[in-house]
Design a protein around this ligand. Structure first.
Ligand code: TXA
Ligand code: MG
Length: 331
């Protein structure tokens, strides 16, 4: 696995050749790093499942760099999708369309639909453009673990993986949470995964209420499965600040505790050496750093990670969703 830091245009062109010849490239997007292959090449895409230990029933997102490419992938773009495209592309919104037959079944888990995303990240765009083919890419982490937002995360997950040809590295990702996935192939638009574009923004653009998919219905996006995005150290999620504080005071002398907390809330714990505190300034800052916090605390082999649910609006919804999925217990 070759890692290229701050890639030049030449490096990106080299990686485009790797993609064209059936290889696998890890590349940055504005949300999290992706691990990509030519979406028209089933053998290349099969490698991604193998590398990630990803079940074949979990389909991949196809990344494009312009609307011409969209038409090579999807059968039909309807009105609601056009509105979303105009407002959010390029950017962190994935849209589910009816697929064209040219997209191999392995990419879409044999569904009739395909999830498509036009990333705003310039390296991602240049890579797709130079390859001249759409790139199928899930997040560049071992299946079920936390998505990668920095170089160490990719290396931790794939360091001995010979099937990864190149990693294009360009620093921490800008947003830190995955794209929002919206399905417009059904009667009512449904958000299949909460993410970097908020529900409020989508509703404002479509001028309708959107449904939020839940796990008690048919699982459309396995990203909606519980216990996904989980650290190895058990995470306990609290609804109430006072309960969290009581728990800390009761356990701090016997357990090594990691705490994800808003800077101003628990500053009085700063002097307590048995607690590792990962502080955030505001919701956007937490979104950007949540996965890094989880991975860093995992590597410290703590006994417990504690977190407090945030306000359920805007980006806060996606954060609460990830915290719930990561949580072993909810208090
Ligand atoms: O921000 C992102 O979306 C990142 C970057 C790399 O683009 N990608 C990402 O991919 O998070 P992944 O594979 O980790 O998550 C893709 C999700 C999965 O939960 C999958 O089930 C869902 O998209 N998905 C893919 N195709 C689908 C389809 N046709 N219908 C419904 N869900 C689909
Ligand atoms: Mg993923």
């Amino acid at each position: 696995m070759r890692v290229i830091d701050r890639p030049s245009i030449k490096d990106i062109e080299f990686c485009a050749e790797v993609i064209k010849s059936g290889g696998v490239v890890v590349f940055p997007t504005e949300t999290v790093y992706g691990i990509g292959a030519n979406a028209f090449d089933p053998d290349a895409c099969r490698k991604i499942f193998k590398i990630k230990k990803r079940p074949f029933r979990n389909p991949l997102i196809v990344h494009i760099c312009d609307l011409d490419m969209l038409h090579r992938v999807v059968a039909h773009v309807e009105e609601r999708a056009k509105k979303l495209i105009e407002k959010f592309w390029p950017g962190p919104l994935t849209i589910v369309f009816e697929k064209k037959r040219d997209i191999p079944g392995i990419v879409t888990a044999n569904l009739k639909t395909v999830a498509v995303r036009f990333p705003s990240d310039k390296i991602a765009q240049r890579l797709i453009k130079a390859a001249g083919v759409p790139i199928a890419a899930p997040s560049a982490n071992v299946s079920g673990y936390v998505s990668p937002t920095d170089k160490t995360h990719i290396i931790d997950d794939f360091k001995n993986e010979r099937l990864v040809d190149v990693v294009l590295f360009r620093g921490k990702t800008k947003l830190g949470l995955e794209s929002t996935i919206v399905d417009v192939t059904q009667k009512k638009p449904v958000i299949l995964r909460l993410g970097s574009v908020t529900v409020e923004e989508i509703e404002k653009t479509l001028k309708v209420k959107v449904e939020i998919g839940t796990t008690d219905k048919q699982v459309l996006a396995p990203g909606m499965l519980k216990r996904h995005y989980s650290p190895c150290v058990p995470l306990y999620l609290f609804e109430d600040k006072d309960n969290l504080l009581r728990f800390i005071l009761k356990n701090k002398d016997t357990k090594r505790i990691g705490l994800i907390a808003e800077e101003k809330l628990f500053s009085f714990l700063n002097d307590c050496s048995s607690i590792v505190i990962k502080k955030y300034k505001n919701i956007a800052h937490l979104a950007k750093n949540l996965y890094r916090f989880m991975r860093e605390m995992d590597n410290m082999r703590l006994d417990l990670i504690l977190a407090l649910r945030v306000k359920e609006s805007g980006l806060g919804r996606a954060i609460n969703d990830r915290l719930c999925r990561a949580a072993k217990r909810i208090y």
